[in-house]
Design a protein around this ligand. Structure first.
Ligand code: GAL
Length: 824
């Protein structure tokens, strides 16, 4: 068996170029090649030239791009700013938010310069022996409306910025240097959030034989599972008559466990069943992955070979029982995520995604919804590996608009192709357990919308009969009347907790999914008084309170969802809006410049947990203790004033002490949703010193305790990396949380010092973010103010192994430093 080798060949390439350049004139543009004898995959990540603006002739072969910027792909041209109020200023009534009168909105799409046209040009080499082969050019996403040219000729175009798409360019390539040019155009008013801009996901060239396995031509399902065996069904579409296909399955240790050969094709499809004995089932707790190697032969010649990872798992959605995985009823403890990576923008980075999932895993989260579009391949790979259930969504608009230049412009022409590509490209990921054909589409109104819902769901079913389809519905009453909600496999309710019961009774499915929940707003480390529940509350500093009692007119605080999740067995789980803050949509401050990013996140834009993180953790993470006190205890000027204290904990009761004096015992009860999920001491008067909580077990014995203290003046900078050892691959990241402490080492929770960063050694400064939704400081410049005492610096490895040093300086502060090990 020939193993597919995926590795980093950069050093080898540099070495070869140095030594062979006397003899050969070689352009080598690929930095990552995965190859077997029969198939070459070149990721086009380097050798790109980029220029913003409109150029009539930039597709021409001899176009002079020497003065253009040299960049790497994935690339987001807008993330470097500057933030500018004018970028997305708009006089509009956001109907989805219940607005009827237009008003000036800013920051809706992040106030970053993503609008306009830009060109990317790449030179890549095709070898003599590659001519005559089948060559595929694959884009994993291009924002947006890409026009693609190869060697001066137009080879195709696409529309939706989130779609994966490819072209067969066999006819267009030539031996030697080839020139790929891509024009992208982002219209204004085309998104409800920051879309990013450019070639923000991978671009690759795949070179294979004419007789080969089709792009995304493999479909693996596991239709029968018992404790002793599993049937693995593999359907494979190929081009190549008189061929035979050998499928071999390997376990997670790389041991071959079975193999099957087929010579019979139906049309262009092979279908094989393999038996895996004593299967290890995939689940969030045990994300066990198998690998199928598919080898296409004509007579004895190997023509193609691909590797597909898959999981053996069974999913069911049943009336009154809900969702079960491998026979076990399970609720979605999920979050919605937009695709941007905060300070890195939309440019996909696997290390950044892994960090997000690591944080979510610790919270006890078990599911992700890619709102409101196709997820990156990297995110799905990680969810397979780390154990997250996945709800893969496609659209935020169908034929009716939400924004002036949204997807409705493309719906008729592209919707089917976009869904087909989504399903074909991602259907082998065990993590995906549900599709979503739309989010809060205005087509929920009217009969045409009902037909569209059916049409899209049928396409999903045709392409993948194994997974159900949902739509996130906000017009719940309308969908009850029109039949829209009844026809869906999974009725998804966005918010509207008051309608769950009625929807459950009226809809025939026998269960309800909280496809989007909460939309609570808060700013990390900011607390407002008096502590009361509020809707659309605004403050002069454009921040929201971290007592977690503020939501939007259409949304609610987390506890109200918890009640439904806990009391209604037919509620199959929830996807909280959102796991992390994202760029754009600064509700409730979309009329208040300079707000430019969201307040909805459970963690902030820097990835730092807000208090709400611990509220979800206290009920979702069943393995670890949660005992979290809020607010911080630095309230100079509030001495003697009522300063309520909340504790988020998995324990049922606890006692609070201020400077050693008991404030009484609080016990969770059912009086209000908040009393049920939080311990709250509403009458505490602030005095500086120590706040201590002692949690009790069920017998009333003290089982755990936690203290927080009033900090003195900022004295010293402290650095805490999330990873002290990273890979020397030029892409890996370490996220270093920077805070300041007083002379006694107590963290200063309100510090706002301006800091400066210096990175030395085998790494570079990548970005910095403090989570302040109103900050206009740029992410890629090595200086930023602390927000609520913290910020996060991201450093990136080079391709050389060695030590990376980050030093942080601030006026009047003892500087801090940390070392990261970067290894091959
Ligand atoms: C929902 C919508 C999301 C986001 C959220 C904010 O209605 O689906 O995209 O806008 O509201 O609360």
């Amino acid at each position: 068996m020939k193993l597919k080798i995926t590795t980093n060949y950069n050093f080898l390439i540099i070495h070869l170029m140095k030594n062979l350049s006397k003899y050969f004139f070689i352009f080598i543009i690929c930095t990552q090649i995965s190859f077997s004898q029969v198939r070459v995959v070149k990721e086009l990540d380097s050798n790109w030239k980029f220029q913003k603006g409109f150029f009539k002739n930039a597709f021409e072969v001899d176009f002079d791009d020497s003065k253009w910027e040299s960049i790497y792909v994935p690339h987001d041209w807008a993330i470097y700013g500057p933030f500018d109020k004018e970028v997305d200023k708009q006089n509009v009534a956001i109907v989805q938010n219940g607005e009827e009168i237009a008003s000036e909105k800013t920051g809706r799409t992040g106030a970053l310069p993503h609008i306009g046209s830009a060109w990317y040009r790449n030179k890549f080499e095709i070898q003599k022996n590659e001519i005559g082969k089948k060559v595929i050019l694959l884009f994993e996403g291009a924002m947006c409306e890409p026009q693609v040219f190869l060697n001066g000729k137009k080879i195709g175009e696409w529309a939706y910025g989130y779609s994966y798409f490819y072209f067969d360019v066999s006819e267009y390539i030539k031996e030697g240097e080839n020139i790929l040019s891509v024009q992208l155009s982002n219209k204004e008013f085309a998104s409800r959030w920051y879309p990013g801009a450019g070639l923000y996901r991978k671009v690759s060239i795949i070179i294979k034989n004419k007789e080969s396995i089709n792009q995304w031509g493999t479909f693996i399902t596991t239709p029968f599972i018992s404790t002793t065996s599993a049937k693995v069904n593999v359907k494979t579409k190929t081009s190549g008559d008189n061929s035979r296909l050998v499928i071999s399955i390997f376990d997670a240790n790389g041991q071959k466990i079975c193999s099957e050969e087929a010579a019979t094709q139906f049309g262009n499809e092979f279908e094989q069943n393999l038996k895996v004995l004593n299967p290890q089932l995939w689940s969030p707790e045990n994300p066990y992955l198998y690998t199928a190697v598919s080898q296409l032969y004509i007579e004895n010649e190997l023509k193609d070979e691909i590797t597909t990872r898959f999981g053996i798992r069974d999913i069911k959605y049943e009336a009154n029982k809900g969702f079960s995985l491998n026979g076990e009823v399970m609720k979605f403890k999920g979050v919605c995520l937009h695709h941007d990576l905060g300070p890195l923008g939309a440019a996909v980075n696997k290390a950044a995604l892994r960090r997000q999932l690591t944080i979510l895993k610790d919270m006890g989260c078990n599911a992700i919804r890619s709102s409101h579009n196709m997820p990156s391949f990297e995110q799905l790979e990680l969810c397979d590996e780390m154990g997250f259930l996945f709800l893969a969504e496609s659209f935020d608009e169908w034929a009716k608009p939400k924004v002036e230049n949204g997807y409705h412009r493309f719906f008729e022409e592209y919707a089917e192709r976009d869904v087909v590509n989504l399903v074909h490209a991602t259907r082998n990921h065990p993590s995906i357990v549900m599709w979503s054909s739309g989010n809060e589409v205005p087509d929920q109104w009217g009969v045409e919308g009902v037909k569209r819902a059916k049409w899209l769901q049928d396409i999903f079913h045709r392409e993948d009969p194994t997974r159900p389809v949902t739509v996130g519905m906000d017009q719940v009453k309308a969908t009850m009347e029109s039949g829209f909600g009844a026809l869906l496999d999974v009725p998804g309710l966005n918010y509207r907790v008051h309608l769950y019961e009625e929807a459950y009774n009226k809809f025939p499915q026998g269960f309800i999914l909280g496809s989007e929940t909460a939309s609570t707003v808060s700013s990390r480390g900011i607390y407002k008084f008096p502590v009361v529940q509020e809707k659309m509350k605004q403050y002069d500093d454009f921040q929201s309170s971290s007592y977690d009692l503020e939501a939007c007119s259409w949304s609610n605080v987390p506890d109200e969802d918890f009640v439904l999740q806990d009391d209604k067995p037919w509620v199959i789980g929830e996807f909280v809006w959102t796991g992390f803050d994202y760029l754009g949509e600064p509700t409730p401050y979309d009329e208040s410049w300079p707000s430019r990013s969201s307040y909805f996140g459970i963690s902030d834009l820097a990835g730092l947990p807000k208090d709400r993180f611990y509220l979800y953790r206290s009920r979702w993470n069943k393995n670890d203790e949660t005992l979290h006190i809020l607010p911080h205890w630095n309230w100079e000027g509030r001495e003697g004033e009522i300063t309520p204290v909340f504790v988020y904990t998995n324990y049922e009761s606890a006692e609070l002490f201020v400077n050693g004096r008991s404030m009484g015992i609080q016990k969770k009860d059912h009086i209000t949703p908040q009393n049920r999920y939080r311990l709250m001491w509403m009458d505490v008067k602030y005095e500086p010193g120590t706040l201590k909580v002692v949690a009790f077990d069920n017998e009333g014995k003290g089982i755990s305790e936690k203290e927080i203290y009033t900090a003195g003046k900022p004295y010293k900078i402290v650095l805490t990396p999330d990873r002290e050892s990273i890979k020397a691959d030029g892409k890996d990241l370490s996220y270093i949380t920077v805070s300041v402490v007083d002379k006694n080492g107590i963290t200063c929770p309100t510090a706002t010092n301006q800091l400066k960063f210096k990175v030395k050694g085998e790494g570079s400064f990548k970005a910095v973010c403090n989570g302040d939704a109103t900050s206009l400081e740029l992410f890629h410049l090595p200086t930023m103010k602390l927000f609520s005492g913290k910020l996060v610096v991201t450093v990136e490895s080079t391709k050389e192994s060695g030590i990376i040093q980050l030093e942080v300086f601030g006026k009047g502060l003892k500087s801090g430093a940390t070392l990261i090990n970067s290894t091959n």
